[in-house]
Every structure is written in structure tokens, then in C-alpha cells.
Design a protein around this ligand. Structure first.
Ligand code: DND
Ligand code: ATP
Ligand code: GLN
Length: 678
């Protein structure tokens, strides 16, 4: 049987960087040629990056993508790479139906396309047939579908082409690959990472190879693009579905594999010719590049890289997402608040792994409520990781606000988080670091963060990681360090202590939230699996808990919309995957008799105001009944606009230690002493 040496270039394109992406194609093609490969394949939308969102609608961008493709073909040839077939994804245009209005789109609509470059020419083009339009994908918004299967004859072997979703759906080009007698089905992909997807992909590739009776090569990109991360996981299976080669996840490289493929026997055009035929109602376009089989050579068996464990994979995803967001947006360093807690500790460890300790700035910002361990654990984390550490006490800044605004209760609590947010943004402006928001998925779900406070930032590395997984990842990362004989980065104290926002004395998360293992299980059912409250109760969750948590989740939509982007690791992230209206009266939980009072943000009106006493939908106020306003069962709030509502000054504790001013320090500076404990 003829042999083909195939190279799958698992690379990291950047959206919009057409020239740089073309340079990557040339560089990797040269590498593949040095490995004596006959064909090198690049991922979906390689030249433009992926996903390009509404850039697809810009005529100038489509034109430039097409021009870059043509230039690339001639450049490869001029650099002595014209005899290796290069399969590359790009943004194309629907020229074939230029005068037809297809799916309501104007002529010349964009297409998600693949091209074959050979001998200095673009010798074949094909558009994606199945356009994904679920989850994070919106391809019907942008593209018109392709209408044919391209089969390219190279060295006497017929190679059929497909683009990502074409593999996942029945019908379309993949379904006719068998009748078209293809020996190899080559699929280019932009398949975002999510947990356990590697298993799904391999099963799918095996199944399609068996159906097509053809070997199957799958090439995917790596790297981060806003809230998506690509893990690569490029692989090759033979026509029996046996795995022949697999690339390591999240690593750039070229997977080279020799394939024994059947000699092409279907009628085909002469060399350089193109001919169309119809198979099972689908157009097949054959292009012949070379008909003679290659002389036999000693095959090189491909390597099968082991897949990563679940924790290693998630950790690699968040590291990759952060590194690429920082670098692709022109930053070199990040800054974050270090509270001594687990979320900021894990975020810092991820940042150090992504960017190097010298590029991570951790700020301890003690307030009058900060515990000694919060300060010592933050310092310990800095010493373990080597990140750049400094202490900025916030008590004087908080006091300045309190001297000028009469804030109490929740408003005063949140002020501390907001002063920290201002401090981080000021350091970002001054020193150029990107601010990291360290919130996790459980907190985002229930709105347990202060908007414009600890929720500020440019990127949120662990926003799709539930709290229970935050602890697992921290333990996993420390264990990896121990295995490597290194100092574990995360202090044990940060892992073991009960989580607390430390916004008032003795506050712990479980004052307002159920235990995180129970909360995460419920959130998984509601957020990821979309189960309604009846189903949740039937599944055994306590009805009161279901009502309370669902209210919190629904009411926090506005907060999530304003949260920074962060890498998707789950089946359903907040962002592109889960899109809900902010303004909505639909409730899964029991609706109150007066629907005007059912809006969780207004459910506890002040006085007689039927609208809830806060016409802008702001902070709900005063007495919260059990299961009342999110996060507030344990709190009594005071509407600043309502002079009758009782103040609830939090108890303050004097603070000692090197990092923050004590209450006595405040007095020394002439600032008024904190109010007495209530
Ligand atoms: N529908 C809507 N659309 C737009 N904006 C809306 C809104 N509803 C309220 N708002 C605005 O949001 C404000 C209320 O939100 P916000 O100010 O955040 O305050 P809120 O959500 O009421 O309280 C923050 C909660 O998060 C907890 N926390 C804070 C900091 C850190 C942590 C942690 O452990 O990580 C936890 C804290 O203990 C408290 O329970 C309102 O005053 C109003 O301005
Ligand atoms: N004393 C502090 N110094 C610096 N940053 C702080 C401090 N307290 C809170 N922050 C910042 O605000 C974020 C929210 O922290 P908070 O302690 O309120 O709850 P958390 O969600 O449990 O986070 P963590 O586990 O990191 O403590 C922290 O991750 C940190 O970035
Ligand atoms: N880019 C695509 O078409 C990707 C869709 C596909 N279902 C995947 O996630 O792998």
C-alpha cells in the first residue's frame, strides 16, 4: 500500500494576526518538510484565528484572509516548500453562490473554509458544511454552509477533507467519504477544551473512521482566545479505529505519522485537474495533485502521548487561558489581591506558572477585620512562589470614605472590597499590570462577591472552577511540587481554613451559603444541567435550599454579566455557554402571590413602597426573612435613603501586626476611632 507521511501542526494562532499566523504556517511547514512529511495540516481558521466572532462580517477582513491565503501559497513555493501539500483553514467567501441570496445573507457571505496549497497554488477549497450553533458557537450568525466534499489525490491516495463540526454531525461531507473511496479523512478543528472532551473526541474519531472505512486524522489548535481554551489533542486512527498517534494536550508541536493507505481507485481527473460528481445527492469535487505512489520507505511509527489526568488538564487549561490572554493582549504582568484565602492563592499559583513569578504582583490589603492568618498566609504564599509582594493597608482609605459618607452594614462591608478594587485598578493604571479577579464558579453562581469590589479585573482565571474543585486543584498543584522535589506553592493554612470574606468580624461563607460540596452539587444540577426546581426536589435536594439557591443564582445574573472573562473548563460556562436574560420574571422557584414582590432584588420592600423601595433595582433593604434576599439571611441592611431603617454598625476589632495599621495607629494619625461594637 502507498505510504504517506502526515504532519499535524498543533499550533496556536492569534485572532486577527493574519501575517503572524501565516508565518507560523511557513515555519511549521518547513519543520514538517525537514521530517520528510508529504502533507501538513493546520487547524480550522488557522489564518484568522478562531473564533473570530463579528470580524467574520467585515468585508475587509474576509478580503485580507483570502489575500493572505494566496500570498501564502506563493511564499511556500518560493521558500522551497511547494512540494509538500499544506492544508489550512481560513475565512473565505461564498463566491459560488455570489448572486444567490442564501439563508437571507447577501452575496459573497463569509465561509469557514479549508484550502489545499501545493506547487505555489491554492489547488482546492471547501467550506464547512455543518455550522455549530449551540453552546459557545454561533456559526449560523456568520457563515453560509459549504455544499461539497473535497477529495484530493496526493501520491496516489485519495484524501477527503472536513472541518470540525462536519465530524460531529451525521450527514454532509463525512457521510459520503466512504462512497467517495477516500483512504484518509483529514479533519481540521477549532475544538475548545472542556472537561472529559478528549474521551469524546477519540470515540468520535474511531466511530467515523469505521463508518468511512478510512483512516482519520484530526488536527486541533492550542491556546487561549478570550473565554475559550484549545487543548490540541490532535490524533490519528486507522480505518479499524485503532489509535496510531496522539499529540500531548496544550503543547505546540507537529505530530508526524506514517500511514499505509489504500491506492486510490476511483475515476479522477488528470494531474492539476478538477472534476465534480454527485454521490448520494452530495457533490464531491476531486482534485488530482499526483497519481504515482511514493517509493517505499521505512515507516516511522507515530507516538501516542498519554492524556492528562482530570486535574492536570483543568490546571493546564487555566494556565494556558491566562497566559494567552495576557500575552495576546499585550500585557506582561498581572496584579491581584492576596487575602490568604484559597481562591487568591490558587489564582496566584496559576499566574506564577503561566507568567513567571517576576511578572505576578500580589498585594495584601489588610483592613480592620483582617485576621492575622490572612496576612501571614498571603506572605507565606509570596515567599513560596517568589511572586512580587507588597502590603497596602486599606484601613485609612476605608476610614476616609466613612468620614465622608455615612455608610453602615452591607454598604460598609462592601466598601472594603471596593477600596481593594480601586487600589488594584490604580496599580494597574500606574504600573501596567492586568488585574486578576479571583472569583470561582460557585461564588459567581450565587453572586457572592462585591460588584466593583473584588469582582473588578481584566481576566478571571478560575471563574469556571467550582469551589470544591478549587481545593482539589490546590492540593493537586502542591502534590505535583512535592513529586518534583519543589516547595508546594500554596500554604496549607489557605487550603484548610474555612472560607471567609472577612468583611465583618467572624464572617464565614457558610453564614450565607450552604456547605460548598452541597452547593456545588446543586449548582451542577441547576446551572450545567438546567434542571428545574421540581426536578431538583425530586432528585432529593431540600426544597428550601433549592428555593434559596435558585433565587440567588437568578438574582446574580447582572453581576455575572459584568464579571471579567475567564477560561471555560466546564460543559457550560457562564458567558458564551449559558446566556440568560438579566431582566426576567421567570422563576424556577415558587412565585409569590404579588409578582411585583417576587423579583429577588426587590422582594423585601421598604415601608409601603410596592416597588421595593429601591426603584433602580439596587440593594434590597432591611429585614431579610429566611430564604430572603440573596446572601442576606444573616444580615440586616439599612437603606441609606431611609432614615428610619436602623443602622447596623459592624463590630470592629483592633488589629495588630506589621502589615496593617491598628486601631491605635488610626488614632495616632488623627483619624477618628472606629465606631464602638454594637
Ligand atoms: N438587576 C440589577 N442590575 C444591575 N445592578 C444591580 C441589580 N441588582 C442590584 N444591582 C446593584 O448591585 C448592588 C448590590 O451588589 P453588591 O454591591 O455586590 O452587594 P451584595 O450582592 O448585596 O453583597 C455582596 C455579598 O457578597 C459577599 N462577598 C463580598 C466580597 C467578597 C466575598 C467573597 O467571599 O468572595 C463575598 C458579601 O459578604 C455580601 O454578602 C446594588 O446596590 C445595585 O447597585
Ligand atoms: N486582606 C486582603 N488583602 C488583599 N486582597 C484581599 C483581601 N481580602 C480580600 N481580598 C481580595 O478579594 C478577593 C475576595 O476575597 P474574600 O476573602 O472576600 O473571599 P474568597 O472568595 O474566599 O477569596 P479567597 O479565598 O481568596 O480569600 C480575594 O480573593 C482577594 O483577591
Ligand atoms: N469549531 C467547531 O466546529 C467545533 C464544534 C465541535 N462540536 C467541537 O466542539 O469540537
Amino acid at each position: 500500500m502507498p505510504q504517506i507521511r502526515l504532519a499535524l501542526a498543533q499550533v496556536n494562532p492569534t485572532v486577527g494576526a493574519l501575517d503572524a499566523n501565516a508565518d507560523t504556517v511557513v515555519r511549521m511547514t518547513a519543520h514538517a518538510a525537514s521530517q520528510h512529511a508529504h502533507l501538513v495540516a493546520f487547524p480550522e481558521m488557522m489564518l484568522t484565528g478562531y473564533p473570530i466572532e463579528d470580524l467574520a462580517l467585515r468585508r475587509s477582513f474576509i478580503d485580507e484572509s483570502r489575500a493572505t491565503l494566496e500570498k501564502l501559497a506563493t511564499r511556500l513555493d518560493s521558500e522551497g516548500l511547494g512540494s509538500i501539500a499544506v492544508v489550512v483553514g481560513y475565512l473565505g467567501r461564498d463566491d459560488a453562490t455570489a448572486d444567490v441570496v442564501q439563508l437571507g445573507r447577501p452575496k459573497g457571505s463569509p465561509q469557514n473554509a479549508v484550502a489545499v496549497l501545493y506547487g505555489g497554488r491554492v489547488v482546492a477549497r471547501q467550506a464547512k458544511h455543518h455550522l455549530p450553533n449551540y453552546g459557545v458557537f454561533d456559526e449560523f450568525r456568520y457563515f453560509v454552509p459549504g455544499d461539497h466534499l473535497g477529495v484530493v489525490r496526493l501520491h496516489g491516495v485519495d484524501i477527503a477533507l472536513a472541518i470540525c463540526e462536519d465530524l460531529w454531525q451525521d450527514g454532509g461531507p463525512v457521510a459520503v467519504a466512504r462512497e467517495a473511496d477516500a483512504g484518509l479523512l483529514l479533519v481540521i478543528n477549532g475544538s475548545p477544551y472542556e472537561r472529559h472532551k478528549d474521551d469524546t473526541r477519540l470515540d468520535l474519531a474511531r466511530r467515523r473512521a469505521l463508518d468511512s472505512q478510512a483512516a482519520l486524522a484530526y488536527v486541533n489548535m492550542i491556546g487561549g482566545q478570550d473565554e475559550l481554551v484549545f487543548d490540541g489533542d490532535s490524533l490519528v486512527v486507522n480505518a479499524d479505529g485503532d489509535l496510531l498517534a496522539r499529540a500531548p494536550q496544550f503543547e505546540e508541536g507537529c505530530l508526524v505519522v506514517d500511514l499505509d493507505l489504500p491506492a486510490a481507485s476511483a475515476p479522477a481527473p488528470d494531474v492539476w485537474g478538477v472534476a465534480d460528481e454527485h454521490i448520494a445527492g452530495f457533490r464531491v469535487r476531486r482534485t488530482t495533485l499526483s497519481t504515482a505512489a511514493l517509493p517505499e520507505y521505512q515507516p516511522d511509527p507515530g507516538a501516542i502521548a498519554p492524556t492528562l489526568t482530570d486535574h492536570a488538564e483543568v490546571y493546564a487549561a487555566v494556565v494556558t487561558g491566562l497566559r494567552d490572554y495576557v500575552q495576546k493582549n499585550g500585557f506582561t504582568s498581572v496584579v491581584l489581591g492576596l487575602s490568604g484565602g484559597i481562591d487568591s492563592a490558587l489564582t496566584a499559583a496559576v499566574a506564577v506558572d503561566a507568567l513567571g513569578a517576576q511578572n505576578v504582583h500580589g498585594i495584601s490589603m489588610p483592613s480592620v477585620y483582617s485576621s492575622d492568618h490572612s496576612k501571614s498566609d498571603a506572605r507565606d504564599l509570596a515567599e513560596r512562589t517568589g511572586l512580587r509582594f507588597r502590603v497596602v493597608p486599606i484601613a485609612p482609605m476605608v476610614q476616609c470614605y466613612l468620614d465622608n459618607l455615612s455608610l453602615t452594614g452591607l454598604a460598609e462591608e462592601n466598601l472594603q472590597a471596593r477600596v481593594r478594587g480601586i487600589t488594584l485598578m490604580a496599580l494597574s493604571n500606574q504600573e501596567g499590570h492586568l488585574v486578576l479577579a479571583p472569583g470561582n464558579k460557585s461564588e459567581l453562581a450565587v453572586g457572592y462577591s462585591t460588584i466593583y469590589g473584588d469582582a473588578v479585573g481584566g481576566y478571571a482565571p478560575i471563574k469556571d472552577v467550582p469551589k470544591t474543585l478549587v481545593w482539589d486543584l490546590a492540593r493537586w498543584r502542591n502534590a505535583v511540587a512535592v513529586e518534583r522535589g519543589e516547595q508546594p506553592p500554596i500554604p496549607e493554612g489557605s487550603i484548610e481554613k474555612p472560607p471567609s470574606a472577612e468583611l465583618r468580624p467572624g464572617q464565614v461563607d457558610t453564614d450565607s451559603l450552604p456547605d460548598y460540596s452541597l452547593l456545588d452539587e446543586l449548582l451542577d444540577n441547576y446551572v450545567e444541567q438546567d434542571r428545574g426546581s421540581d426536578e431538583l426536589v425530586k432528585a432529593g435536594f431540600d426544597p428550601e435550599l433549592v428555593t434559596k439557591v435558585l433565587r440567588m443564582v437568578d438574582a446574580a445574573e447582572y453581576k455575572r454579566r459584568q464579571y471579567p472573562p475567564g477560561p471555560k473548563i466546564s460543559r457550560r460556562n457562564f458567558g458564551r455557554d449559558r446566556r440568560l436574560p438579566i431582566t426576567s420574571r421567570w422563576r424556577e422557584h415558587p412565585v409569590r402571590e404579588d409578582p411585583a414582590r417576587d423579583n429577588p432584588v426587590r422582594e423585601d420592600p421598604v415601608g409601603d413602597d410596592p416597588a421595593g423601595g429601591n426603584p433602580v433595582g439596587g440593594n434590597p433593604v432591611v429585614k431579610q426573612p429566611p430564604g430572603g434576599h440573596p446572601m442576606s439571611d444573616d444580615q440586616v441592611r439599612r437603606d441609606p435613603a431611609n432614615a428610619d431603617s436602623p443602622p447596623n454598625p459592624p463590630e470592629r476589632q483592633a488589629e495588630e501586626g506589621p502589615d496593617g495599621p491598628t486601631a491605635a495607629d488610626d488614632r495616632d494619625k488623627g483619624t477618628p476611632p472606629p465606631p464602638p461594637a454594637s
